[in-house]
Design a protein around this ligand. Structure first.
Ligand SMILES: NC(=O)c1ccc[n+]([C@@H]2O[C@H](COP(=O)([O-])OP(=O)(O)OC[C@H]3O[C@@H](n4cnc5c(N)ncnc54)[C@H](OP(=O)(O)O)[C@@H]3O)[C@@H](O)[C@H]2O)c1
Length: 226
């Protein structure tokens, strides 16, 4: 059973970080919504409170440094180009913490996206290298930000979770499974984050070419259960 956690979100002012922050707050967690600029975080939190009221009462505006100090779990939700620099800058605060990497390196080429992967194999692995004492977990790469941010809509997506630390992976699987309608799937070690991030480019390309909003749903497998 997952208890109430204090969760920091770095870069919570963007659509994906903001979306995850409201979902986590609505699930009852204390969420520290971070930005490089506190006033930007305050503006976003005010907007979210205006839209969702008491459902996001546990959301608080902070700086990224304060979000990285969150007691239980940290999400790096900056744009992908800044994910490595931001992880490195806050590495000391992330020591021993579970850190969710949700970044997809993407380049738009004509009517498709192509994956941009660092030499470590994935952004998640590169984040792990920059914060070696953190317990980096790849998750949420395929959940669209607009769906995350709309508490009135069911999410209807699978989330494949990869990490080298078994306890950290289980913790994030439990967190995902606790969010209404999301299915959590154990994708093994962080080495497999490479496929997760690369597939995001394929999924977005399909959506462009089909004018769709497809998410990930695997057939023939049950959701992870504790
Ligand atoms: N959008 C999606 O549907 C989606 C889905 C799954 C995963 N993701 C991943 O989630 C992450 C966030 O996506 P997004 O679309 O929300 O990104 P975004 O809007 O482009 O950026 C998010 C935040 O990053 C911060 N940021 C920008 N430049 C920065 C820098 N140089 N250093 C530090 N922080 C910087 C900004 O926050 P402040 O200016 O307030 O600091 C910004 O609001 C990305 O890595 C993306 O790959 C996105």
């Amino acid at each position: 059973m997952l208890g109430r956690m204090e969760i920091g979100v770095l870069g919570a002012t963007g659509p994906a970080g903001r979306g995850l922050a409201v979902r986590l707050a609505a699930a009852g967690h204390d969420v520290l919504a971070g930005s490089r600029d506190r006033s930007r975080a305050e503006g976003i939190v005010e907007e979210l409170r205006g839209r969702w009221g008491e459902r996001v009462a546990t959301l608080r505006a902070v700086t990224n440094a304060e979000a990285a100090d969150a007691a239980d779990l940290v999400v790096v939700a900056t744009n992908w180009e800044a994910a490595l620099e931001t992880t490195g800058a806050h590495a000391a605060a992330l020591d021993h913490k579970v850190v969710i990497a949700m970044a997809n390196g993407l380049q738009k080429v004509g009517r498709e996206f192509r994956a941009v992967l660092p030499e470590e194999g994935s952004l998640a692995q590169a984040m792990q290298a920059l914060a070696p004492n953190a317990r980096v977990v790849a998750a949420f790469q395929h959940v669209p930000a607009d769906a995350l941010g709309d508490l009135d809509e069911p999410l209807e997506s699978d989330v494949i979770v990869c990490a080298d630390d078994d306890d950290a992976r289980r913790e994030v699987l439990a967190l995902v499974a606790s969010l209404p309608n999301l299915r959590a799937l154990d994708g093994g070690s962080l080495a497999n984050a490479n496929g997760i991030e690369a597939f995001a480019a394929v999924l977005l390309s399909v959506n462009i070419r089909h004018r769709g909003k497809g998410t990930l749903r695997l057939l023939g497998v049950d959701s992870w259960a504790p």
